[in-house]
Design a protein around this ligand. Structure first.
Ligand SMILES: Cc1cc2nc3c(=O)[nH]c(=O)nc-3n(C[C@H](O)[C@H](O)[C@H](O)COP(=O)(O)OP(=O)(O)OC[C@H]3O[C@@H](n4cnc5c(N)ncnc54)[C@H](O)[C@@H]3O)c2cc1C
Length: 412
């Protein structure tokens, strides 16, 4: 039997696309390589805007997040809290979250097969043939394989995004101790002695805290030395790491940039597989889901019109550029250059925090950097409107090093 749509990959991007396409009456098959309830290496922090797609039930969103803590070598903990609904978020285990998203896609009518790894995809004028443990045909395919489907993408002549890596572990800590020591706040560390990129985190869940580092060339030893970092060392003393699938410490890639062409005839690529993650704090769940929604909408139009040709599916790319790139990623790339390629990461964070203390507009934008309650474009504009103060905080010679980020218009 031929399906209308096969989605390869049951992460947040694939599951969101599957639910939308199935709800609109399409015959959808979702193929996921992992078994049901697989562990996914992820800090699991999401902004409340994820509820634009589906409500997050109590229990799946393990801990409601209402603030953040920033630590740099010179300053910290620098704290902020919010009472505004739009600035809230959740920290959760991806095992529960991804299963919930696949379950609701299934309830909407998607056929789900776990433990199926797609090995090859063939495209002809009639549609798509997916080869793996069994063969399945469809009119269209959405590749939502995260960064695990690089071989499939290349075999279709499609680009794979560049990536950096994350290393993390989940520490078992009683709920009351987490509440006392971390609060309902995500902790972000900015310090280039931790890793080449200079970011690390501690995200509190209900009875575990996800602790990790990000970088281009990071090793387990970088992660282990972060466990001895001030503010972390004491909190983790005597705590055990949880074991998932025989491992305590997990590493996984995160994309660094959007690919130039995430579609061809009969195929669209969404989420991490096409590089939608945000390269400031490197979160990508919301973005994967947004791209899944847009791809599903274009798929439904193409199905109605009976046209899965390249120019028909190019409409997905136009929407992605308009809704994600023009509002967010374009400015994330500028902020990325400013933070990670100026050599001033810690100084810029310290300056932004000091400015935020004096100015409510800056404080709101600083909070929004973590919570996504403003687009990256809005945050960039607020920052530019405060450039004199920023220059004053950084000094003239340091400020000159920020100039390339002003002219960095595009990374795709
Ligand atoms: C250490 C770390 C921490 C992170 N923390 C956060 C965070 O706090 N907040 C946030 O928003 N983002 C975070 N991210 C990023 C986030 O995990 C990704 O952006 C997000 O998972 C992308 O979703 P996706 O659906 O595109 O891909 P994925 O979630 O990677 O899902 C892809 C799915 O495809 C399946 N698959 C792969 N190949 C095949 C195949 N051939 N056949 C069938 N199935 C296949 C995989 O098993 C997987 O389930 C983090 C990433 C890392 C590495």
């Amino acid at each position: 039997m031929a399906y209308d749509l096969i989605i390869v990959g049951g992460g947040p991007g694939g599951a969101t696309a599957a639910k939308i396409a199935a709800e609109r009456g399409s015959n959808v098959l979702l193929l996921e390589a992992g078994e049901e309830g697989r562990y996914k290496c992820c800090a699991g922090g999401i902004p409340v805007s994820n509820e634009d797609f589906t409500p997050i039930p109590h229990g799946v969103g393990e801990r409601e997040i209402t603030g953040g803590v920033i630590v740099t070598p010179k300053n910290g903990p620098m704290e902020f809290d919010t009472t505004e609904e739009k600035d809230k978020g959740y920290c959760m285990f991806r095992t529960d979250f991804d299963k919930y998203l696949v379950d609701i896609a299934h309830d909407a009518g998607t056929q789900v097969i776990y433990g199926y790894r797609a090995k090859e995809i063939e495209i002809n004028s009639k549609g798509v043939l997916v080869k793996g443990p069994k063969e399945y045909r469809s009119k269209c395919a959405i590749l939502a394989t995260g960064l695990g489907g690089a071989r499939l993408q290349r075999s279709l002549g499609m680009e794979v995004p560049p990536m950096i890596s994350g290393i993390q572990a989940e520490f078992e800590i009683p709920e009351s101790v987490i509440t006392e020591q971390f609060g309902n706040r995500v902790w972000e560390f900015f310090d280039r002695t931790i890793s080449d990129h200079g970011i690390a985190w501690a995200f509190p869940k209900q009875e575990a805290v996800s602790v990790g580092i990000l970088g281009k060339n990071i090793k387990i030893r970088n992660f282990k030395s972060f466990l001895r970092y001030p503010f972390i060392k004491d909190k983790l003393k005597g705590r055990e790491m949880k074991v998932f699938g025989c491992h305590k410490i997990w590493a996984a890639p995160i994309p660094d940039r959007l690919i130039a062409k995430p579609y061809r005839e009969h195929v669209m690529i969404i989420g991490d597989a096409c590089g939608t993650a945000d390269p400031i704090l490197y979160e990508g769940i919301y973005q994967a889901r947004l791209s899944g929604k847009l791809a599903a909408e274009i798929f439904c139009k193409a199905l109605e019109e009976g046209d899965f040709g390249e120019s028909s599916l190019a409409r997905y790319h136009h929407l992605l550029l308009k809704q994600l790139y023009e509002e967010d990623l374009r400015y994330s790339y500028k902020l990325h250059t400013l933070l990670y390629h100026s050599g001033l990461l810690e100084k810029v964070i310290d300056a932004a925090y000091s400015m935020a203390q004096e100015d409510p507009e800056m404080m709101q934008s600083m909070i929004a950097l973590f919570t996504r309650s403003q687009t990256r474009k809005q945050i960039w504009k607020v920052m530019l409107s405060h450039k004199r103060k920023l220059i004053k905080h950084l000094g003239i010679s340091s400020s000159l090093r920020l100039i390339p980020s002003l002219f960095r218009t595009s990374r795709i």
